[in-house]
Design a binder for this molecule. Structure first.
Ligand code: C5P
Ligand code: MG
Length: 161
């Protein structure tokens, strides 16, 4: 049966509105000289949120809003790396590990190219993957969404044995 294949694909996305006076953190990396940052209940790291949702979706485990509702004060200001760590625990409990992830950040400004390797390293370290298994792409919205950061992620999960 095909559903017994030891591989599952997941997809996740996240968006946050940008406002002055807030940090912009992507994949655990603070973006230097960002004029605006993410408006969010947590630290607003849209990369972490989208990666976590991609992992959950691969095993049909819902999304991070179910596990960390933004209406619950206990999650206010939560370091999004902890969200990803907890999600990893959930997929490991089911015998899966991430194989590779590909993420696309859509943001008009600032240019993120200089942070590509650092973001890949940071996400890879959390997922216990080599940096070569984390693809990081950047796009502008061509002015269509200048007040948002948007992240889309595909993830492949593999089961041991
Ligand atoms: O979206 P667009 O095709 O115009 O992006 C052109 C280039 O700018 C791409 O190579 C992309 O990696 C880079 N880019 C970037 N930082 C952004 C958006 C795009 O480095 N915030
Ligand atoms: Mg988010």
């Amino acid at each position: 049966m095909l559903s017994s294949l030891p591989l599952r694909i997941g997809y996740g996305e996240d968006a946050h509105r940008l406002a002055p006076g807030r940090p912009l953190i992507l994949g655990g990396v603070p973006v230097p000289h960002a004029e605006r940052g993410a408006v969010a209940h947590s630290d607003g790291d849209a990369v972490m949120h989208a990666v976590a949702d991609a992992l959950l979706s691969g095993l049909a485990l819902g999304d991070i809003g179910q596990y960390f509702p933004d209406t619950d004060p206990q999650w206010a200001g939560l370091d999004s790396r902890d969200i990803l760590r907890r999600v990893l625990d959930l997929i490991r409990e089911r015998g899966y590990e991430p194989v590779n992830v590909a993420l696309v950040v859509t943001l008009d400004r600032p240019k993120l190219g200089p942070l590509r390797a650092e973001i890949a390293r940071s996400v890879a370290a959390l997922l216990a993957l080599p940096e070569s298994e984390v693809g990081v792409s950047f796009k502008t919205s061509e002015g269509l969404a200048p007040d948002h950061v948007q992240v889309r992620v595909t993830a492949l999960l593999g089961r041991d044995g």
